[in-house]
Design a protein around this ligand. Structure first.
Ligand SMILES: [Zn+2]
Length: 489
């Protein structure tokens, strides 16, 4: 479904006058060659915090050197290093039900990493309502219940919906029993969850990821363990005298990830200290369980498209520098929770106040050739009407995409605005927008390969991002922040 966007923004004096130079320097041949290199199997899916992400990052740095960009990372390099903190449930954890050891991650999933040693009587409550639980003593027990659909189940059209359904159901139900004093919660899968348990297990086994900082939590929050088990185990939980025994240990470790940062200095001595920031992420999901015999999750659309678009934009920008400087930042470990962009916003390599706009892209090479989305256009997501006006003007000068406004709405079930690297910048009060051609059925699967990318569309999207940056750079006044910007969450 495609609707047009209303341009309810202020116009800027002098904005968008004239033409954008060097659009022809953005070439399909370059984009295709770089895309097949970065999203090829040799890069093994570029998972954040692994050697595969580092290989891809090194490859990017070499392209930047060849294009002639100035390093803008640490110590005269293209790199900004930082650490991921990961907490997970150790595979040494053991869960027994009625004496039977349940294989971890296949028959039982520990929803959140925890340290605990348990030997508890099981109280089976099935689908009991709150009213039916009144008078039932749950304190100090292992409460076993059937999964019930979450209060607002994600729609069928929502990406990874069975996984989201499972997560929402587990959170809602475990909170109910915990507030009544349960010492452990055991939730029995329904048919939806049972079908998603392998996937849910593989994600849960990885644990949670965060930035390592002085304040980082290195041990999990101590709460009652929440276990999710296969449907077939319901009868064991109902057996008289059933007991849950478990030895649960967590583990925590750090490892490096990296942002790649380069710049092209502005030619106006008064404006060279102001930066137009192009943003993408080089990581994806790495090597995981196979789908149709393929275990490399290439992340061609997500987000090799924007990674190579930024190289192409850099080639064009380099040919004819702008009054303002361009800063190119490839963020590491976006897929692990926007970690690279969160780190950069906290530890910017140019003064944060000198970043005049952030143009972030995520997935720009799929779906209908003439449709695309610009996020950060509609309240409450719009933080700069000035920047939005320039981006819409740039679209008129380049891709002329029909803009799908649905994905930017606060009511959109995917919450797309909150799922990429512009977000930490917008939260920090920097004008920011995001370019995307949105989800498709190959999203976060091994089928997101480079052969499925529409290269002609990728070129037009690249020209659009580049032209926006160019217009921001030549417009005398920097884009203003909208008064009262306040995200809905
Ligand atoms: Zn992405």
């Amino acid at each position: 479904m495609t609707t047009s966007v209303s341009t309810a923004g202020a116009s800027i004096e002098g904005a968008g006058r004239g033409t954008v130079p060097s659009l022809d320097a953005i070439r399909e041949d370059d984009l295709r060659r770089d895309l097949f290199a970065l999203a090829g199997d040799a890069m093994r899916g570029r998972e954040g915090g692994t050697l595969d992400e580092l290989r891809a990052s090194g490859w990017l740095a070499e392209q930047l050197r060849a294009i002639g960009l100035e390093p803008a990372g640490e110590d005269g390099t293209y790199y900004q290093w930082w650490h991921i903190r990961r907490i997970r449930q150790s595979d040494a954890s053991v869960v027994r039900l009625g004496g039977e050891v349940l294989p971890l991650w296949r028959e039982v999933v520990v929803a959140q990493a925890v340290d605990a040693s348990l030997d508890l009587p099981v109280v089976y409550v099935g689908r009991a309502t709150d009213a039916e639980l009144n008078g039932v003593e749950l304190t100090g027990k292992a409460v076993a219940a059937l999964i019930v659909p979450p209060p607002n189940p994600p729609g069928r059209n929502v990406s990874l919906s069975a996984w989201r359904y499972t997560g929402a159901a587990v959170r809602a139900q475990s909170a109910r029993f915990m507030s009544r004093g349960a010492a452990a919660v055991v939730l029995v899968a329904d048919s939806v969850v049972d079908g998603a348990l392998d996937f849910f297990g593989s994600v849960s086994a990885r644990g949670t990821y965060g930035l390592d900082s002085a304040g980082a939590v290195t041990r999990p929050r101590q709460a009652a363990p929440v276990l999710l088990v296969r449907q077939r185990l319901a009868s064991k939980l109902q057996a008289p005298g059933a007991r849950l025994q478990a030895t649960l240990t967590s583990e925590s470790f750090t490892y490096p990830s990296v942002n790649i940062v380069a710049k092209i200095a502005g030619r106006d001595p008064r404006l060279t200290n102001e930066y137009v920031l192009f943003s993408g992420h080089q990581d994806h999901d790495g090597v995981r369980f196979p789908v149709d015999g393929d275990s490399i999750w290439n992340g061609a659309d997500d987000n090799a498209t924007v990674s190579v678009a930024m190289l192409a934009a850099a080639r064009a920008w380099k040919r004819q520098p702008n009054p303002r400087s361009a800063l190119f930042v490839w963020h590491g470990a976006e897929e692990r929770g926007l970690l690279g962009s969160r780190y950069f916003v906290r530890n910017p390599l140019v003064p944060r106040s000198q970043i005049v706009a952030v143009l972030n892209g995520d997935m720009i090479g799929r779906n209908h050739p003439d449709s695309a989305s610009l996020l950060g256009v509609q309240p409450p997501h719009r933080n700069s009407s000035d920047l939005v006006a320039l981006a819409l003007r740039a679209n008129d000068l380049t891709g002329r995409f029909a803009l799908d406004s649905l994905w930017d709405r606060p009511t959109h079930p995917e919450g797309w605005y909150f799922r990429s690297d512009h977000l930490p910048y917008a939260r920090a009060g920097i004008p920011a927008v995001m370019y995307s051609t949105n989800l498709h059925p190959d999203y976060h699967t091994p089928r997101d390969g480079p052969e499925r990318i529409d290269i002609a569309k990728l070129r037009r999207m690249t020209q659009w991002m580049y032209a926006t940056g160019w217009l921001v750079g030549v417009t005398p006044a920097r884009p203003r922040l909208d008064a009262g910007f306040q995200l809905e969450r």
